[in-house]
Design a protein around this ligand. Sequence first.
Ligand code: ADP
Ligand code: MG
Length: 393
Amino acid sequence: MAQVIPTIDQVKAEAMEIFRKEFGDDPDICVFAPGRVNLIGEHTDYNEGFVLPMALPMVTIIVGKVNGNKNCTIVSTSKSITTTSKLEFDVSDRSKIAPGEPKWANYVKGCIAYFPADVPGFNAVIVSTVPMGSGLSSSAALEVATYTFLEALTGVECKDPRDKALVCQKAEHEFANVPCGIMDQFISVMGKQGHALLLDCRDLSVTQIPMDGIDDYVFLITNSNSPHKLSSSAFRERRDACFEAAKMLGKKSLREVTLDDLEVLKKQGASEIILKRVGHVINENSRTLAATAAFQAGDYIKVGELMNESHDSLRDNYEVSSNELDTLVNTARKIPGVLGSRLTGAGFGGCTITFLKKDSVDLVIAAINKSYSGTASFYIASPSVGTGKLDCK
Ligand code: ADP
Ligand code: MG
């Protein structure tokens, strides 16, 4: 069975209850921000390419209240945090806020440090239903929820949602030391119910793509529960190879590069590995635009084919798949009614996404439970809304 995802109201009620127990008071602010799944367009974002994510019904909720002193006290209930889940620090001089331990707090600290206004002391509780470290972007959900919380706390609201996403990305770069692209923060800010978001990571323009026509089909997320290691050297290596190739060609990014340029790179002595990485990025950009057009035309067979090609390229050219992810994808693809299946997120573990007939969901889950050596979890991904405020009743 796919997991039952708690509703936002249920998560909110839990967070409010914990706040009352922790602080002996009612919170008067409640905000949420969703995780996301990327339908196609992997490892294209930091190359100024195209991505097609959608916001998930899994969310991070923050409830809280001004506390009248210069410190903030924040409690996260996430069971995945092995270090201190409660922390307190001075927010009166934000230039003194620095990354440190516990690591999870760095995402929050970065957002506070880069928020464009002074922040009063506050108490807060964080509760999340986004699985952590699985490629569904619990990190962006935490950053964006923090930013929306600070907006509610200070009354200083960001006019352009792009700026909000960029501050959150900066927090992840500078405080969590993860050189992520802009996709996760964008979709967590701009997600729209029933839509995926085509994002051009070069000019940051966005197009909402309606998904309500998919009727008999759904997206099934399968979490391999083998956590990805995003800040690992492997991720940096991929990124650096792309930047190096663009530089060799005298281009700002791989977005400016075409398949013809592969010959030029070859002549310049680029390694086989660099050629494979660049080939992936160029073709993945084309696939993302083709998949968007196929969604709009209702050609779901084509969408599935493009998703399969995307995975195969991530496995063979970008080399970011794993045995676990390949097993999940290969098992799903054998089941009738499955149009396509691929790894989603940065890879090296994490989740797969499968586009399939609703009727085939149980068959896929049964087949994976039988053939997968680990323990997988399953979620039906319905395109959901981006960050927002909730009332505190
Ligand atoms: P992903 O974004 O795919 O879930 P990351 O490695 O980018 O994986 O981010 C996961 C990290 O984000 C966690 O290890 C933790 O430090 C932090 N994090 C995310 N959500 C929470 C939360 N609710 N409470 C505390 N820390 C969180
Ligand atoms: Mg992340």
